[in-house]
Design a protein around this ligand. Structure first.
Ligand code: GAP
Length: 450
């Protein structure tokens, strides 16, 4: 669903963050760069810089820990981006994964017909062509011959790799309904109107889980409600303000071709409410289709009921890039410290790209050597930075801006008694602690190590 301006979007203006400020911070500090920057960019495609890659890894790690590692009813998978082309015939994507496209006859701009409010061009008021359906899948060729027989598609969702492996999973794993199969990975859609930074791009990463349940309405509803609540709370757990989130059930006419009912978790972006994640009831649509197209048995044997059937599916489908955008938006803050305005990313410590920065107070007196030694120890457990350039206040600000939750400073007292100070990003308060036990203290304050 598209991000639209709604009356509620005015609440976003009360936040310090704007898209301009965030995009500028991301570029300046190495979180997100425009792809092919040296060639003038490649429409709405982005690269993740040294700090962005860490933040993105943490978003995926948080999802994996909560959706797979921490549960006994979900297992992981990593399927290929290129799948057999029959996959997309069976899944319905070849036929149905389309957006209605219109062109302006005057200014030649393109629009998604379902995003337009009137019947004229929103840019120049010109006349629009009739809508035609445009398939969003990227095509390429497998092998040297570029012909129809060798056409393959870049997957537009990771989900189909899970359905195509259903038989492999139940044959090799001791799974019992209800159970889920989860994966993260790149997906590609030739979007007509990408935009809003990393909100809608043509290459993006998804975190999807197919949760298989007994084919029965009460069971389906129970697990659907469970996953909608679970996924809403996941964003709150990692720092999104509850009042910046809402659940929005899809109207019948906007449902995807595979869905019997979808609820989106929406987030209040600076440009208005927009989708963050969709939770869909896919029924047995995908397994039925793949069974029919492949001729393979994709049923599950229910030992208790002594019955064979194709389970129904509840699918929480999230976007890594969108989640990362939302976490950065809600973390962005400006306050005043020692009479200076500072930008501070109040990221959940688990998501922060760098967990601890280590600083020698002076560039002499054994401070740098000790600080390097401490950094080396800490970096066996968490991501660290070392900074000895400029005043200590400036160094703190540099880390605040990228959300580093902890700063460890080595000073003359460290050399005398083996203690350091730990500074907290949010309160700026400092506490003196012994170096012995520092690893434990840091891990406890971050909440995990990676
Ligand atoms: N398997 C179901 C599925 O793909 P979807 O709602 O089309 O459902 C799921 O996509 C999530 O993937 C979205 O909620 C969004 O976070 C992310 N996503 C989809 N298209 C995207 C795009 N063009 N750019 C960035 N993220 C996108």
């Amino acid at each position: 669903m598209s991000a639209q301006n709604s009356p509620e979007s005015t609440a976003a203006t009360a936040r310090a963050v704007t898209m301009e400020k965030l995009v500028s911070l991301c570029k300046r500090r190495g979180l997100v760069f425009p792809t092919s920057d040296i060639y003038g960019g490649l429409g709405s495609t982005f690269d993740y810089g040294p700090l962005g890659v860490e933040l993105k890894r943490n978003v995926k790690e948080a999802w994996w820990r909560d959706m797979v590692q921490g549960r006994s009813d979900v297992i992981g998978l990593d399927s290929a981006i290129l799948q057999h082309p029959r996959t997309w015939e069976a899944s319905g994507h070849l036929q149905n994964f389309t957006d209605p496209l219109v062109d302006c006859k005057s200014c030649k701009q393109r629009f998604r017909a379902d995003h337009l409010e009137g019947t004229r061009c929103p840019a120049c008021g010109g006349e629009l062509t009739a809508a035609r359906q445009f398939n969003l899948m990227f095509k390429t060729f497998m092998g040297p011959l570029e012909d129809t027989a060798n056409t393959v598609y870049l997957r537009p969702e990771t989900a189909q790799g899970i359905f195509a492996n259903f038989a492999n999973v139940i044959d090799t794993q001791r799974v019992k309904l209800p159970f889920g199969v989860a994966q993260t990975g790149k997906s590609f859609r030739n979007e007509i109107t990408p935009g809003n930074f990393i909100f809608r791009t043509r290459e993006f990463e998804q975190m999807e889980m197919e949760f298989f349940v007994q084919p029965e309405a009460i069971e389906e509803q129970r697990w659907f409600d469970y996953w909608v609540a679970e996924r809403f709370n996941w964003y709150v757990k990692y720092g999104i303000a509850r009042d910046h989130l809402r659940m929005r059930p899809h109207a019948q006419d906007e449902l995807s071709h595979y869905s019997r009912g979808t609820t989106d978790v929406e987030f209040l972006y600076p440009f208005g409410w927009g989708e963050l994640e969709g939770i869909a009831r896919r029924g047995s649509y995908d397994l039925d289709q793949h069974a029919q197209f492949s001729g393979k048995d994709l049923t599950y044997f229910d030992e208790e009921a002594k019955a064979r059937y194709r389970p129904w599916v509840i699918e929480p489908a999230a976007g890594v890039d969108r989640a990362m955008l939302a976490f950065m938006i809600d973390a962005y803050d400006e306050d005043v410290v020692e009479d200076e305005t500072r930008i501070v990313l109040r990221l959940d410590p688990r998501l922060a790209p760098i967990k601890v920065a280590v600083y020698p107070l002076l560039r002499k007196g054994g401070h740098p050597e000790k600080a390097q030694e401490i950094r080396a120890t800490l970096s066996r457990y968490v991501t660290t930075a070392y900074d000895q350039a400029g005043s200590i206040g400036r160094r703190y600000r540099r880390q605040d801006e990228i959300g580093t939750p902890l700063g460890v400073t080595v000073d003359h007292q460290t050399i005398e008694d083996g203690t350091v100070t730990i500074r907290d990003r949010d309160t700026t308060e400092q506490q003196r602690v012994p170096i012995e036990g520092l690893v434990g203290t840091v891990i406890e304050r971050i909440g995990w190590y990676r």
